[in-house]
Design a protein around this ligand. Structure first.
Ligand code: BGC
Length: 709
C-alpha cells in the first residue's frame, strides 16, 4: 500500500460524500474539499444504510479503489435500527443483562441486514447529572450494573468472533468520562482525580473492552487537563496498556480538529500529530489526518510507523468483519425486508419496554385500572408516535402506535383530550378547558405527560428538569377534581417529579419506550403485565440536588437519622431541602408485595482465598405473581481512602408466584471488597464491612463481617 492509501484507511467521512442524502449528521459538516482520488481511498463511512444503497456504494467504491479494499460502513445504532427498543437508560432499569443482550443482538441483526458493519454503541459513560441530555444513552449511575450491561451490549452486537453476517462490531464510547461534564453542560470540561476515574468510571469501559469490543471511540472532553483524543496517558497507558485494548480507536466527530478550540494545538497538523501519537486510528470527520499526515510522515519516522500501525488495525477490523471474503456481508433487499421489523423483534421490543418501565407510585393500588371504568385519557403525548426517543435514526415515528390507539384496544370506555400542546402558539386555555370538562365526566384520569425526543440526547442539556409548565399547570387543575389520577411520564432523562408525585395517585415512568412501547404501557395499566423496572439513575427532588447518586462518599459531617442531627445546622445538608432524592437508585414498585427476612452469613469472618455466602428469604406476600430485583450492597467501614456509603455488588431478578418464597444467595469474595487505593492500585484489605440487602438502594436488612488476611 502507498502512504496515501494507508492514510485513506484512517479517514472516516459521512455518507453525503458518497451522494447519500439519507445519512445521519450529528456534527458540523466539513468544508474540506476532498479530491476524487482521496475519496477512492477513504477507509470508512458513517451513516449510510439500506441493503441496495450499500451494495451500490460499495460496488462503485471497489471499482475505484486500486487494491479493492472494501469500505466499512459504520452508524449509530443505539437502541435499534428500525425496530426501536427502549432507550438505553430505560434498558438499564430492566436490570436484566440477558434481555439487553437479546436487544443488542436484534439491533445488530437488523443493522447488519441493512448493510451496517459497525455500530457506535454501547455508550459506557457513567452518568450522574440529569441536566446532561445524553444520560439517555447510558444505562445509569452505577459502575457494577453499567459494567454488566455494557458487556451484554457488546456480546449481543458482536456474537462470536470473527463477526458473522448477522452481527456488527461494537464501539465502546466515549473514552473517557464524557458523562461527567461540569454543570451538565454538553461538551463541557470534565475534571476529576485519576483515583475517582479509576474507581468509578473506568471499570465500565473495562468490562466492555474485556468483552472484546472491536472499537473504542474517544470523547470530546478533556480529562486530566488534556482532550481525550490527544491524551497519551489515557489512550496509550490506560486503554492500550492496562486494559489491553488492541482494536481500532476512532475519534468522535471532528474531535481531532476541536483540539485547536481546546487550545492544545495550533492547527490541524499539530492536532493530527497529537491524535495519532496518542493512539487514535481513525479520524471521524475532521479531515486532519487526510490533510496533514502525509506531510508529517515525510519528516517524522515515528508518525510514519504509527500510520502503519493504525492502518493495520483498520484492515484487521475489516478482516474480522469478513469484508475481504464478502464486501457485502451477504446482504440483499429481500433479506433486509425479512429481518427488519420482524414479529420476533417487535415482540422483543415489547418485552423490553415492559421490563424497563418503573412504577414510581401506586396509592391504594389504584393501578391496574379496571377495564369497566370510564377513562379520561389526557395529554398530547398520548396521541403521538413520538415514543421512540433520540438516536432512533431509522425509527418511524409516523407509523409508531400511539398510547391512545393502544389503550383503545383494551379500554372500551375511553375518551381523549390533548389538554396541552408542544406548540406555544396553541391556545392553552382552550385545551385546558376541554380536558377538564372531559375529566369531570369520567371515573379515572390517565394523564400522559413528558418531553419530546429532541429534549434528550446529544446537545440537549437543560437547566430546568421539570415537566413543561403547561403540563404541570394542567395537572394542578386536574388534581382539583379529586378524581383518581394516573400519570404516565415519557422522558429520556430523570426529571424533577416532585409536583407530579404530589398531585398523582399513581406514577408510571415509561421512558421513551420504543416501537412497541404503547402496547406495553397498556398492558401494565390493565394489569396484564406486572411492572418490574427499577431505577438505574436517581431522581432528584429538585435540580439543586444534582449531581445526586446513591454511592456517594461520607463526609466528616454526615447527616444521620439521630434526632439530634435535626437541629444541628453544621452538617452536610441543605437548609431548603432534604438530602434524600425523590426516588432512589434501584427503586421501583410492583403490583405484588415483596418482603425480606432472615439475612444470614455462612461465616462472620473470612480470609484471603476464601468466600462467605449470604442468604436471605424473599417472599411474595400478595395475591399475584410478580418479579422484583434483590440488590446486595457492601460498605467498607474503614479503608485507606474514603469509601462510598454503599456499593452495589450483586443483584438478582426474582419471579415469585403469589404467596411463594425463596432463598436468595450472594457469595462474597475478596473481589467484591477491592478498591482503588491512594497509590492508584486496586486491592482489598482487612477490616469490617457492612452487607446490606433490599429492593432498592434504600436497603432493609444489614449485617457485618470481617475480612482478615
Ligand atoms: C457523537 C457520537 C456519535 C457520532 C457519530 C457524535 O456527535 O458524540 O456519539 O457516535 O457523533 O454520529
Amino acid at each position: 500500500m502507498t502512504l496515501e492509501e494507508k492514510i485513506g484507511q484512517l479517514q472516516q467521512i459521512s455518507g453525503d460524500f458518497f451522494g447519500d442524502d439519507g445519512s445521519s449528521v450529528t456534527g458540523p459538516l466539513s468544508s474540506y474539499q476532498i479530491s476524487k482520488k482521496q475519496l477512492n481511498n477513504v477507509g470508512s463511512v458513517l451513516g449510510i444504510s439500506g441493503a441496495d444503497n450499500v451494495i451500490k456504494i460499495q460496488k462503485e467504491y471497489l471499482t475505484n479503489n486500486r487494491l479493492h479494499i472494501p469500505l466499512v460502513f459504520m452508524a449509530d445504532i443505539i437502541h435499534g435500527y428500525k425496530t426501536i427498543f427502549p432507550i438505553p437508560l430505560a434498558l438499564g432499569a430492566s436490570w436484566n443483562p440477558e434481555l439487553v443482550k437479546k436487544v443488542a443482538a436484534a439491533s445488530a441483526a437488523e443493522a447488519a441486514a441493512a448493510g451496517i458493519d459497525v455500530t457506535f454503541s454501547p455508550m459506557a459513560d457513567l452518568v450522574r447529572d440529569p441536566r446532561w441530555g445524553r444520560v439517555m444513552e447510558s444505562t445509569g449511575e452505577d459502575p457494577y450494573l453499567n459494567g454488566m450491561l455494557a458487556e451484554s451490549f457488546v456480546d449481543g452486537y458482536q456474537g462470536e468472533l470473527p463477526i458473522d453476517q448477522t452481527h456488527v462490531a461494537a464501539t465502546v464510547k466515549h473514552f473517557a468520562a464524557y458523562g461527567a461534564p461540569e454543570a451538565g453542560r454538553e461538551y463541557n470540561t470534565v475534571d476529576m482525580s485519576e483515583w475517582r476515574f479509576r474507581e468509578q468510571y473506568l471499570p465500565v469501559y473495562q468490562k466492555a473492552v474485556e468483552a472484546k469490543a472491536l472499537l473504542v471511540m474517544t470523547s470530546f472532553n478533556i480529562l486530566f487537563g488534556v482532550p481525550a483524543t490527544g491524551n497519551n496517558h489515557l489512550m496509550r497507558q490506560i486503554l492500550r496498556k492496562e486494559l489491553g485494548f488492541s482494536g481500532v480507536l476512532i475519534s468522535d466527530w471532528n474531535a481531532i480538529n476541536e483540539m485547536i478550540d481546546h487550545g492544545v494545538a495550533n492547527d490541524a497538523s499539530q492536532a493530527a500529530a497529537k491524535a495519532i501519537k496518542a493512539g487514535t486510528d481513525i479520524d471521524m470527520m475532521s479531515f486532519a489526518f487526510l490533510g496533514s499526515l502525509e506531510k508529517l510522515a515525510a519528516t517524522n519516522v515515528e508518525i510514519k510507523r504509527l500510520i502503519d500501525e493504525s492502518a493495520t488495525r483498520v484492515l484487521q477490523l475489516k478482516e474480522t468483519l469478513g469484508l475481504f471474503e464478502d464486501p457485502y456481508r451477504g446482504i440483499s433487499a429481500e433479506k433486509e425486508a425479512k429481518v427488519v421489523l420482524s414479529k420476533k423483534h417487535l415482540d422483543l421490543a415489547k418485552k423490553a419496554a415492559e421490563e424497563s418501565m418503573v412504577l414510581l407510585k401506586n396509592r391504594q393500588h389504584i393501578l391496574p385500572v379496571n377495564s369497566e371504568k370510564s377513562i379520561a385519557l389526557i395529554g398530547a403525548k398520548a396521541d403521538t408516535g413520538d415514543l421512540l426517543g433520540n438516536w432512533s435514526w431509522k425509527g418511524d415515528v409516523s407509523t409508531t402506535q400511539t398510547i391512545r390507539a393502544a389503550m383503545a384496544t383494551h379500554f372500551s370506555n375511553l375518551a381523549f383530550e390533548n389538554g396541552y400542546s408542544f406548540d406555544p402558539s396553541d391556545n392553552e386555555t382552550d385545551l385546558k378547558k376541554k380536558a377538564i370538562a372531559l375529566a369531570k365526566k369520567q371515573d379515572v384520569i390517565i394523564y400522559v405527560a413528558g418531553l419530546t425526543a429532541s429534549q434528550s440526547g446529544e446537545a440537549s442539556s437543560m437547566t430546568d428538569i421539570r415537566l413543561p409548565k403547561m403540563q404541570l399547570d394542567l395537572l394542578t387543575e386536574l388534581a382539583k377534581l379529586r378524581k383518581p389520577i394516573v400519570t404516565i411520564v415519557i422522558t429520556g432523562r430523570p426529571l424533577d417529579l416532585t409536583v407530579v408525585d404530589q398531585l398523582s395517585d399513581a406514577v408510571l415512568l415509561a421512558w421513551f419506550p420504543g416501537t412497541s412501547g404503547a402496547a406495553a404501557i397498556t398492558d401494565i395499566l390493565s394489569g396484564l403485565v406486572n411492572p418490574s423496572g427499577k431505577l438505574s439513575m436517581t431522581f432528584p427532588r429538585s435540580v439543586g440536588q444534582v449531581p445526586i447518586y446513591y454511592n456517594h462518599y461520607n463526609t466528616g459531617r454526615p447527616v444521620t437519622t439521630s434526632p439530634s442531627d435535626k437541629d444541628n445546622i453544621y452538617l452536610s445538608k441543605y437548609i431548603d431541602s432534604s438530602n434524600d432524592p425523590l426516588y432512589p437508585f434501584g427503586f421501583g414498585l410492583s403490583y405484588a408485595n415483596f418482603t425480606l427476612k432472615g439475612l444470614k452469613l455462612s461465616n462472620k469472618v473470612f480470609g484471603a482465598g476464601e468466600t462467605i455466602t449470604a442468604s436471605v428469604n424473599v417472599k411474595n406476600d400478595s395475591k399475584i405473581t410478580g418479579t422484583t430485583t434483590l440488590q446486595w450492597y457492601i460498605h467498607d467501614l474503614t479503608a485507606d481512602v474514603v469509601r462510598p456509603i454503599k456499593e452495589l455488588k450483586h443483584f438478582q431478578r426474582i419471579q415469585l408466584a403469589a404467596g411463594s418464597e425463596k432463598t436468595a444467595y450472594f457469595k462474597i469474595s475478596t473481589q467484591e471488597l477491592s478498591y482503588i487505593h491512594s497509590d492508584l492500585t486496586r486491592s482489598s484489605d482487612e477490616g469490617f464491612f457492612n452487607l446490606l440487602v433490599g429492593f432498592s438502594s434504600e436497603t432493609q436488612l444489614e449485617t457485618t463481617f470481617l475480612f482478615k488476611n
